[in-house]
Design a protein around this ligand. Structure first.
Ligand code: COA
Length: 199
């Protein structure tokens, strides 16, 4: 039997399980999202650090408005990812190279496990792919980020400026990547308030 017509754009789709699936939208944040973004991070991390980091980065020099993305379901912000500029300082004193850092990423606890985090990371990587920076770094769980093509930073000779667990610093090459630029990631001062850094 031919499939019936799908729901009209924006309309809720009902799964065979009976669970209603509300369509998700991912777009750059706007001013009106700020309070909800703050709440997403406070709820997801159960602390203030990441919400404060986002607020500080938003008004800093490394902020890229098109790479602060919110995920919405039913008009509500349920997730947020921020990608900002950091420096890669090559060993041997060559000039620092701008690269991208994905941090933080958070999804409201009541919306986790439904693809929101994945949609945010994939959209951020698609948007990052048209830029001139060669790679994105993330500090986070290898089991989560490997699915998006992140590999341990050590495989490219890239290190964190502080001690991190093996494989926690990961990199994802972008189309502008030409050759390995080994060195140390230099995070801007906004990150210094973050205890136990995590993307
Ligand atoms: C991590 C986080 C952003 C993932 O968002 P999400 O919307 O739940 O993720 P998705 O639905 O896209 O993906 C779910 C998958 O990721 C896995 N996953 C979620 N968190 C993970 C983690 N910390 N480590 C490894 N895998 C993880 C799930 O097991 C699931 O795997 P499956 O697809 O094999 O079943 C979300 O759980 C969150 O906000 N956590 C608290 C804040 C945080 O830890 N941020 C990231 C710091 S590294």
């Amino acid at each position: 039997m031919p499939p019936g017509p799908g729901p009209a754009p924006g309309q809720k789709r009902r799964h065979s399980t009976g669970r209603v699936c509300i369509p998700m939208e991912v777009r750059p944040e706007i001013r009106a999202d700020e309070r909800a973004i703050d709440e997403v991070h406070r709820l997801a991390f159960a602390r203030e650090d990441e919400a404060k980091l986002v607020a500080a980065l938003r008004v800093g020099d490394t902020y890229l408005p098109e790479l602060s993305l919110v995920a919405l379901r039913g008009g509500e912000v349920v997730g947020h990812v921020l990608v900002t500029l950091v420096d890669l300082s090559p060993r041997g004193g060559a000039p620092a190279l701008p690269v991208l850092a994905l941090a933080p990423l958070a999804v409201r606890p009541d919306s986790q496990g439904r693809g929101v985090g994945g949609a945010l990371v994939e959209t951020a990587l698609r948007r990052a792919a048209v830029r001139a920076e060669p790679l994105v770094v993330v500090l986070g769980d290898r089991g989560y980020y490997s699915r998006f093509g992140f590999v341990p930073a050590s495989t490219l000779g890239i290190a964190a400026p502080f001690a991190v667990a093996d494989d926690a610093l990961q990199v994802r090459r972008l189309p502008a990547f030409r050759s390995a630029a080994a060195g140390v990631i230099r995070y801007p001062p906004e990150f210094s308030g973050l205890s136990g850094a995590c993307g």
